[in-house]
Design a protein around this ligand. Sequence first.
Ligand code: 4AZ
Length: 263
Amino acid sequence: MNFHLNIILFATIISFTQNALSYPTTIELKGQKDDHRIVGGQNTTIDKHPHMLSMQYFSNHMCGASVLSKTWALTAAHCFGATDPLMDFLTVRAATSFHGQGGIQHKVKTIIRHEDYLGYDNDIALLELKDPLEFNNMIQPIKIPKQNEFLKPGIIAVAIGWGKTENDDYLSAQLQEVYLFTISEEICMELYSDQFTRNMMCAHYPLGGKDSCTNDSGGPLVVGDTQIGIVSWGPSPCGNSIYPGVYTKVSSFSTWINCYTGI
Ligand code: 4AZ
């Protein structure tokens, strides 16, 4: 275990030094030990992440989702059971920093779960909206990578969501962001063996204490202007220093997304 931790720490320190000049890292380095939001994150606002959606059932936040176009959103398949929910009560809330107020609710017309979704493999779903979103400074589409585009390990990515803040039962009223580092597939495969597949990727904070968590699921992990991951699964409690959070690797599904959406 120590061996793994050392590798991760070493890789992260190396990549951190490489990226230190080009990323906003001061906040992350402080560690924020007394602030346990979204497991180590901080308040943020929708204008900084205008692709962010709250997926809601009977007006309760369930999962994150992201805007791909005016009529398509991306989320995780595990946000749904095997059968469809009552579609009249399934909405995405756009243009708000608070899942419980403001913004605009759009009904979901269709849920497309990945055909090979099983356990946590192929944990991806598309939502077709009944009425198109209107883009503005609080609603904008996010880019997705090219199919099988290589993902550099050790780069900084931001996870956002209204999920559990302290491994307890409370959602965060305000949108949270947390800066994490991507990890190589080899390291993640060693840590999770058979549970980890080539359709997944990992991200963590090497000291622990920063992570996505329950109800952040389906939300985006973003590098620059591109969504590289979808919050999928991870250790419980969240924020483990050795076992990283696991995300659906979006670049494994770009062709699949294109088939349904034309994007
Ligand atoms: C969850 O319970 C969950 N740290 C989602 C993501 C992560 C952990 C748990 C990743 O849905």
